[in-house]
Design a protein around this ligand. Structure first.
Ligand code: GUN
Length: 293
């Protein structure tokens, strides 16, 4: 088998950020508003701190305004809902996200549902989930949307292919199954959505032309689970302790890359694959929100 094509989300996301920066500059020239993303961060969870800091950094790079709104983890649900009500009517903010997970005493679904769907750049509001399911225009969730963009920009054919997704989460597996089966340029796939009750998962995975593990179990997918020539999109980004790293941890994908890569025709690395695409998809949604204002 020839060397696999490395699907570099890092390079593809960079290309998209450059396109976004050009559009922001054009908007400025035309006297239009600079897109403004706000992120609400409750508490001090390490992962959430990192993700939100990336979001702020990404905004800066493309010329967006950003606002980070911090609240202590003892904030009440009512107080958080009041904050959301304020952001909903703040004309300066085009879109906002509430970083998940929220503390246990807060009903996350109630919070998400309180966000104005026209500012829900995470695409988590039931209205946006419904719009996606019906094929109507709206905000798509960042990771599935980033994966679609990665496949499109790297010329990966999905039409008529068998895509096997492992993991049925509300933010990745489930929406990705919808997007890949739509009648669109990147779509028209036959999708199998596997989960913890799937019988003989390895046999299912071996049927895949495009295999997309999104279950968050480091190195779960081994070479024996992959068909020769398959495209492999690794959504896993689990933090595992690593003393050789300054941060004290390393990011591990769901795929045993070294043994799976030689069998695949194309594969995403971790880090540098799906992660950067998720980040840039949020910028794409924020630009869209600004255009809609
Ligand atoms: N936590 C993990 N991923 C996400 C995401 O895409 N958006 C938000 N708001 N929280 C997250």
């Amino acid at each position: 088998m020839a060397e696999p094509k490395i699907l570099s989300g890092k390079d593809t996301a960079k290309e998209i950020r450059q396109e976004i920066a050009v559009e922001v500059a054009k908007r400025k020239e035309a006297g239009l508003k600079v897109p403004h993303l706000a992120a609400v961060l409750v508490g001090n969870d390490g992962g959430s701190e990192t993700y939100v800091s990336y979001k702020v950094k990404d905004c800066k790079e493309v010329g967006f305004d950003s606002t980070l709104i911090r609240r202590d983890d003892d904030i009440t649900e009512e107080e958080l809902l009041e904050l959301i009500a304020e952001l909903n009517v703040n004309d300066d903010i085009d879109g906002f996200i509430v970083q998940l997970p929220l503390p246990e005493h807060i009903d996350s679904q109630r919070v998400i549902t309180a966000i104005d769907p026209n500012k829900d750049v995470d695409g988590f509001h039931p209205t946006n989930v419904g719009r996606m399911n019906l094929g109507l225009d709206g905000f798509l969730p960042a990771t599935p949307s980033g994966i679609i963009e990665l496949l499109e920009r790297n010329g990966i054919e999905t039409s008529g292919k068998h895509c096997v997704i492992i993991g049925r989460s509300n933010i990745v597996g489930s929406p990705l199954s919808v997007l890949l089966s739509r009648n669109r340029k990147v779509g028209n796939a036959t999708v199998t959505l596997c989960h913890s009750r799937t019988k003989d998962l390895a046999e299912m995975a071996r049927q895949a032309d495009i295999l997309i593990p999104a279950l968050g179990k480091p190195e779960f997918v081994t070479a024996d689970m992959v068909k020769e020539g398959a495209v492999v999109v690794d959504v896993g980004t689990t933090r595992v302790p690593d003393n050789s790293k300054k941060s004290g941890f390393a990011l591990k994908g769901d795929v045993k890359f070294d043994e799976v890569a030689p069998k695949s025709s194309a594969i995403t690395p971790v880090p540098g694959g799906v992660g950067p695409m998720t980040r840039v998809a949020l910028l794409m949604n924020t630009l869209k929100a600004a255009r809609m204002q």
